[in-house]
Design a protein around this ligand. Structure first.
Ligand SMILES: Cc1ncc(COP(=O)(O)O)c(C=O)c1O
Length: 409
């Protein structure tokens, strides 16, 4: 059983003293990592079952990604978009090919990709659809999580994320997640886009009903409305497909990508769409000093190359089936419900056994790092490179924690 030692306690205290308290991390201080494993400052090893909220889909320190970063660090790291660099065209073409889209607009964080999509959809509405100036609206889902900017929290239904940050940006209509009828009813002449997560991660890995994504696609096409899929957490191999939308063979008008696109090395996000959509931007209308920088492009190219092999998607599918089969057996044994797809699960713990945080702390003491969300749910999203043996060990530890707590309750 892992115990916090003086070194860990000291560093935790120091971190708390000099940072804003906008996070409540588990009390572990990580020093290095490899693959699915991290090691703390006291030499304790843990299986990483969060993967930086899916930013580490390919594991810590994937050799191809690190080699691409190292090589680029020695050559060129930043030009700004005022000049063109030699990685840019290849990155846009390769990511464009992966998504099947004609154009790529690189940014840095996920929230910036979402902001970019909101701006592009509005401009498309005015310039192409003919929506009267200032009247565009975008349909979003309850319990969404798209980031933390003032516009994005304006359409959040999570009071912790939203309250106290007004005045809020208007122009968003919120409908229940998973209801195609609600989307159809909410569309009016000024609707420019439907923005949804194909699987809601932060909400607890909520998978919509079968057919929902296809229905959204059809409704958007019928009404000349853009379908924007926020695949920042669900995309790039996590669900067993390149994109979570692939599960229903659905192609949105805009893919929003982030997290794993940066290979766990640098923040890289992107909006991918065809020319009739992204073509509405002209020089000066949008930008970012760091968006599409040489280091980001080189790293993201190595990520795209890994995805082009198909190995990670297949592995997430195969290990995911195993994960869900095993987790399913815990339902009724201290676990109330399990959701998810591929190597991604939301596990609702019986609230009588403790909070999600309690369970995550107990798991941490057994050498497994996971993250709670919304009270009693814990999320499992290990790096796709995890071995089945390590995955089994993590699930064994979860089973042990809930069984022990059941026995005591
Ligand atoms: C679906 C989704 N969209 C957007 C974001 C925001 O990404 P970032 O934290 O990089 O701004 C997140 C982050 O968790 C996310 O899960």
């Amino acid at each position: 059983m892992i115990q916090a030692t003086t070194r860990t306690s000291e560093l935790l205290e120091l971190s708390e003293a000099r940072t804003a308290h906008n996070y409540h991390p588990l009390p572990v201080v990580i020093e290095h990592a490899e693959g699915a494993w991290v090691t703390d400052v006291d030499g304790n090893r843990f299986i990483d079952c969060l993967s930086g909220y899916s930013a580490l889909n390919f594991g810590h320190g994937h050799p191809d990604i690190i080699a691409a970063a190292r090589d680029q660090l020695d050559r060129l790291t930043l030009t700004s978009r005022a000049f063109v660099h030699d990685q840019f065209a290849a990155f846009c073409a390769e990511l464009g090919d992966l998504t099947g889209k004609e154009m790529v607009l690189p940014m840095n964080t996920g929230a910036e990709a979402v902001e970019t999509a909101v701006k592009v959809a509005r401009k498309w509405g005015y310039d192409v659809k003919g929506v009267p100036a200032g009247q565009a609206n975008i349909i979003v889902a309850e319990n969404n999580f798209h980031g933390r900017t003032t516009t994005i929290v304006s359409f959040s239904t999570d009071s912790v994320a939203r309250d106290g940050f007004g005045p809020y940006t208007p122009g968003f209509t919120i409908v229940p997640y998973g209801s195609a009828d609600a989307i159809r009813d909410a569309i009016d002449a000024n609707t420019v886009a439907v923005l949804i997560e194909p699987i809601q991660g932060e909400a607890g890995v909520l998978v919509p009903p079968d057919g929902f994504l296809s229905d959204v696609r059809r409704i958007c096409s019928e009404n000349n409305v853009l379908f924007i899929a926020d695949e920042i957490q669900s995309g790039l191999g996590r669900t067993g497909d390149t994109f979570a939308c692939d599960h229903e063979g659905v192609v949105p008008d805009m893919y929003l990508l982030g997290k794993a696109l940066g290979g766990g090395v640098v923040p890289v996000s992107a909006v991918c769409a065809d020319t009739n959509v992204l073509g509405v931007l002209q020089p000066g209308t949008h930008g970012s000093t760091f968006g599409g920088n040489p280091l980001a492009c080189a790293v993201a190219r190595s990520v795209v190359a890994l995805l082009n092999t198909g190995e990670f998607q297949a592995r997430a599918k195969q290990l995911g089936a195993h994960l869900h089969e095993r987790l399913g057996k815990l339902v009724g044994q201290g676990v109330v419900a399990v959701r998810g797809r591929g190597l991604w699960a939301g596990v609702d713990i019986d609230p009588a056994l403790g909070t999600g945080r309690d369970i995550c702390e107990a798991l941490m003491r057994r050498g497994v790092l996971a993250k709670d969300t919304h009270g009693s749910t814990i999320r499992l999203a290990p790096p796709i490179v995890i071995t089945q043996e390590d995955l089994d060990h993590a699930i064994d530890m979860l089973a042990e924690v809930v069984h022990e707590r059941r026995a005591k309750s």
